[in-house]
Design a protein around this ligand. Structure first.
Ligand code: 13P
Ligand code: SF4
Length: 360
């Protein structure tokens, strides 16, 4: 999988505007040593991650966490982090954490001049679309997504030409180019609501065929699909879940709706990453399996000490490109900047804002 489209656009647009590095200037990379001051400043963070990060590893991580937290104030930057970030990022440096919908909403609310998006490229693009006057940086421009790569704006135009009059809803996991061609955006938190908001018999929900099928199973609206899938969630199988129920009697299984419908049917609950976290915090099950990306269980475990996490999970290689060290480089060098063609951004913004403005 590549992120060719994103890189070509970035190069073309970068020519016309001063880069964030030019605008803000480069700083010296700070010395990283585990001093008593660093130990004191990061001890609250360590309390939250000690279940997952051995004490012997902390002196190697704490100086970077401390440096990031110092520099982000100096840069007037806010760090938005998706629930799939590793615990050192999620608990150590993020200002705001959440699912795709929460991060999109927070991007509209922040007063910070700079947004550092710890997630994948489409999330950073969504922040830029909603906050065009802010500088949006991503710690690794190669952090893509198999769903976003499965469809282009030209594909959507062709789909519309073949199916006139049928509303096209795009999952947020798409490029700005795709959002610009669609009627409205949705996330896994609100997909059902968005599908039903048109009051029509048939809609397209692109590009995740499994999310579309799972939403279709909950509504009378016919939900038409595109042949895309999340490479992380499509690997779970219903048989795997049945086997775990035998080995772990009483386990509660909660799944993300990017999983195939037969996997969702085997689960006790399905919802967005934020809804999964809320479910565990509210229900406090004795044993739980989160059928999603691995960092979810690691992140929520510190807030749910009575819950035993059974951990079959799949890593998202794109999310895992974002590391503490790259976040520090981002703050030092003020790169990589996410830019979106203003004409495309304006059209895409309408689709995203229609979603945000839907009454819940
Ligand atoms: P949510 O956090 O919106 O549930 O999305 C999951 C995901 O796969 C993001 O890439
Ligand atoms: Fe894309 Fe799946 Fe990774 Fe989310 S988990 S970024 S949908 S590949």
């Amino acid at each position: 999988m590549t992120t060719t489209h994103a890189l070509v656009d970035q190069d073309r647009l970068a020519v016309s505007a001063p880069s964030a590095a030019d605008k803000f200037g480069r700083l010296e990379r700070p010395e990283l040593s585990y001093t008593p001051e660093v130990a004191e400043a990061t001890k609250g963070v360590y309390e939250k991650v000690k279940h997952i990060i051995p004490a012997i590893e902390w002196p190697a991580l704490a100086p970077t966490i401390h440096a990031i937290n110092t520099l982000k104030k100096q840069r007037n930057a806010v760090i938005l982090a998706h629930n799939y970030m590793t615990p050192d990022i999620f608990h150590g440096v993020a200002d705001i954490v959440g699912d795709s919908l929460q991060l999109a909403i927070e991007a509209t609310r922040t007063d910070a001049e700079v947004i550092i998006q710890c997630g994948v490229h489409f999330m950073a693009e969504t922040s830029k679309i909603l906050s065009p006057d802010k500088t949006v940086l991503i710690p690794d421009m190669r952090a893509g997504c198999s769903l976003a790569e499965s469809i282009t704006g030209a594909d959507v135009r062709a789909l519309r030409a073949r199916n006139p009059g049928i509303p096209i809803i795009t999952y947020v996991n798409t490029s700005a180019d795709v959002k610009a061609e669609c009627d409205i955006c949705c996330t896994s938190s609100n997909a059902l609501q968005v599908v039903e908001s048109f009051g029509v018999d048939r809609v397209f929900l692109i590009p995740d065929k499994y999310l579309a099928a799972n939403v279709g199973n909950k509504t009378d609206v016919e939900v038409l699909v595109w042949d895309g899938a999340c490479e992380v969630h499509e690997r779970f199988t219903a048989q795997e879940l049945r086997d775990y129920r035998k080995i772990e009697p009483g386990v509660k299984i909660i799944a993300h709706p990017e999983c195939p419908p037969e996997v969702v049917a085997e689960a006790d609950f399905a919802g967005s990453t934020a809804h999964m976290i809320d479910w565990v915090k509210t229900k406090q099950p004795e044993k739980v399996m989160m059928i999603t990306e691995c960092s979810m269980a690691d992140n929520v475990a510190s807030e749910t000490p009575g819950v035993d996490y059974i951990r079959p999970c799949n890593l998202c290689p794109h999310m895992k490109r974002i590391t503490l060290s790259k976040i520090l480089d981002t703050l030092v060098e003020m790169k990589d900047e996410v830019v979106v063609d203003p004409v495309i951004a304006e059209k895409a913004r309408i689709a995203v804002e229609r979603m945000i403005n839907l009454k819940s």
